[in-house]
Design a protein around this ligand. Structure first.
Ligand SMILES: Cc1ncc(COP(=O)(O)O)c(C=O)c1O
Length: 382
């Protein structure tokens, strides 16, 4: 094995290299910086409406009634739970194959994460969901479409109905994915997206909460930190609905800046090209890795180079494999052998059993420091 590893070619490229911001975004950002007006609201009326227009555009893209732009995907998840009235200490179910900010958002909302196992196909195990829901008494499922691996949403929705669970979707890796032609992000009561640099939309930091319920949207706007300026929102319920919540909704200061919105708006228009490009990159890396017998790459059940389910479209799927710092490829077994999980990730027994890598950002604590190969792909269904 050692020799085989040593013979592998060295990685010459930074696979996490992001795309540049479109020129239109740079130009608008410069304009805003020259004006100094980077806050999304203006005391005397909207000075600019980049964030408000972006919210309208994003809601239309996902086909949801309302969108609230915030400063991170994690903030959007936290807000989703807050507007669902999740209480301190309340159990919230979450698939164990996700990234640390997802259970982090549950804790941020004051609740308690209850990890649900995944199957060998990386997606939530609905039998374990039933077990954990009954044992914990949870009423909310936070489903993370991790790395674009889309669960059988018919089965998930059926289980939610049977168990009386309210669904929140974490779509940080699933922008533009579909299930049976229906956009991911439209199944849950609310859905959260991220605009952190390594996502399809890059503002450095940023996030979106989308939902359809007017009262929950009103509360999310107020929680995000709209002060008395919520009338400047364009993707919003009637102002009397918002006013009805104003006196009893705390401000959590989670606003998106005008600068982030300026960078993001032209990227929305660029999504079809970006998604096609990421899919092509994914396919190229995936086929090369399949050729290497030493990699313990499992076929991706849905949403990758070998879709096994006709209902899903590909989006943001990744290869789960790791390379040590000396640029020699190491199969996931290297992490599995001592039961260690990458730092900053969430591991459940299922990860160890299936060899799934629970997250791809952190480093494997032993036996060697490593970083992931995370080739992302996406497929625009519109
Ligand atoms: C699966 C997943 N969900 C949620 C998040 C949180 O997004 P953000 O970093 O914008 O808070 C991330 C971040 O990378 C993520 O990978």
């Amino acid at each position: 094995m050692g020799l085989e590893l040593a013979l592998l070619p060295r990685l010459q490229r930074d696979l996490t290299e992001p795309e540049p911001i479109p020129e239109a975004g740079i130009a608008r950002a410069c304009e805003l910086m020259r004006s100094g007006r980077l806050f999304r609201y203006g005391e005397m009326g909207a000075d600019q409406n980049d964030v408000a227009v972006l919210e309208q555009e994003f809601a239309a893209l996902i086909a949801r009634r309302y969108c609230v732009a915030v400063n991170s995907g994690g903030a959007a998840l936290c807000l989703a739970l807050k507007v669902l009235d999740v209480q301190p200490g309340e159990p919230v179910l979450v698939n164990g194959f996700t990234l640390a900010p997802v259970p982090g958002a549950i804790l941020h909302a004051g609740a308690r994460p209850v990890l649900v196992e995944i199957g060998a196909d990386y997606v939530i195990d609905c039998d374990d969901l039933r077990r954990k829901a009954r044992a914990s008494g949870a009423r909310v499922l936070l489903l993370s479409h991790m790395r674009g691996h889309i669960a059988d949403m018919d089965a998930v929705m059926g289980a939610c109905e049977e168990l009386g669970l309210v669904l929140v979707e974490d779509c940080a890796h699933a922008l533009c994915a579909t299930w049976n032609g229906r956009a991911i992000g439209t199944f849950g009561e609310a859905a959260a997206f991220s605009a952190q640099t390594y996502k399809h939309l890059n503002a450095g930091e940023g996030g979106f909460l989308v939902l359809d319920d007017a009262h929950r949207a009103a509360r999310a706007i107020l929680h995000s930190g709209s002060y008395m300026l919520h009338e400047q929102h364009l993707s919003a319920p009637a102002s009397d609905v918002i006013a009805g919540w104003e006196e009893r909704t705390p401000n959590f200061s989670m606003r998106m800046t005008a600068l982030a919105a300026a960078l993001l708006r032209p990227q929305l228009r660029d999504l079809p090209r970006r998604v096609a490009r990421w899919n092509a990159i994914h396919d190229r890396i995936a086929s090369a890795m399949h050729a290497l017998s030493m990699f313990a790459c499992r076929p991706v059940r849905r949403g990758s180079n070998t879709p096994r389910h006709p209902s899903s479209s590909r989006c943001s799927a990744s290869r789960m494999a790791r390379l040590p710092q000396c640029s020699i490829a190491v199969p996931p077994a290297a992490c599995r052998s001592n039961g260690s999980a990458p730092a900053g990730s969430v591991a459940s027994p299922a990860h160890r059993a299936t060899g799934a890598m629970p997250a791809s950002r952190g480093r494997c604590r032993r036996p060697t420091p490593s970083w992931p190969v995370s080739a992302t792909s996406a497929h625009l269904s519109r």
